[in-house]
Design a protein around this ligand. Structure first.
Ligand SMILES: [Zn+2]
Length: 230
């Protein structure tokens, strides 16, 4: 395998292949960064110090599982005189144990297979898969378009118990949904947020219009209304 191969098959750029080892059904590729720059000011006038070696799983090549070994460096910038750590640009997030390319494949398979089956087939740890999925969902739903939302509904669901100052309490989540499309717009802690009555714009046939204060603060007043108990 060559440097161009890891770019075209694994989506890894800015790194060059140093050596390759085969064994135990694995293909281990040692890669190094082509250059180091300060992640804060992008200056090339830096000193680098190796900190620790990481092993990252990539897309399989035939019957061989592919792993990348790469040293993560501590970077001192002579221009801005600040210290930082090297960021691996081929990871979906900084602590991920698989490449962005493999993570995308695993997320796509999630629609068709349970996590346990993906974990067994790809030899990826179950907790790693869960972390990948959580990261994907957080990014996907971090920004929700509220442009066409006209009617919202608020409800609370029971999600178990929690201990607060030695007292066992019921735990709830507040769910805010778009009544027209059914999409979930907001999920937050239940029981404890103040509800506010919205007498204006109350839809006909629905109960008392209630909104949690934190939901109201995020939206323009007077444009949204909802009811409790969907
Ligand atoms: Zn700098």
């Amino acid at each position: 395998m060559q440097t161009s191969d890891i770019y075209h098959t694994q989506g890894i750029r800015s790194f060059k292949l140093k050596s390759t080892h085969y064994g135990d059904g694995k293909c281990v590729l040692n890669i190094v960064a082509k250059e180091h720059r300060c992640p804060l000011c992008a200056s090339g006038k830096v000193s680098v110090y190796p900190e620790r070696e990481r092993e990252i799983q990539g897309q399989s090549c035939g019957a061989k599982r592919v792993y990348f070994k790469v040293w993560v460096h501590r970077i001192y910038c002579h221009k801005c005189r600040r210290q930082s750590y090297e960021q691996l640009n081929f990871l979906p997030y900084s602590k991920a144990r698989v490449t962005r390319s493999l993570a995308q494949t695993l997320i796509e398979l999630r629609r068709h297979m349970p996590l346990s089956a993906i974990s067994e087939h790809y030899h990826v740890d179950y907790d790693t898969l869960k972390a990948l999925e959580v990261n994907y969902l957080e990014r996907k739903y971090s920004r929700i378009c509220l442009k066409d939302v006209r009617v919202i509904g608020v409800d609370e669901i029971h999600v178990g118990h929690e201990w607060v100052d030695g007292i066992r309490r019921q735990k709830y989540l507040t769910i805010v949904r778009d009544l027209n499309s059914g999409k979930v717009l907001f999920v937050g802690d239940g029981k404890g947020c103040d509800y506010r009555i919205c007498p204006e714009h109350q839809p006909a046939g629905l109960g008392q219009a209630l909104l949690p204060c934190h939901a109201i603060r995020r939206r323009p007043p007077g444009r949204f209304y909802g009811h409790r108990g969907l």
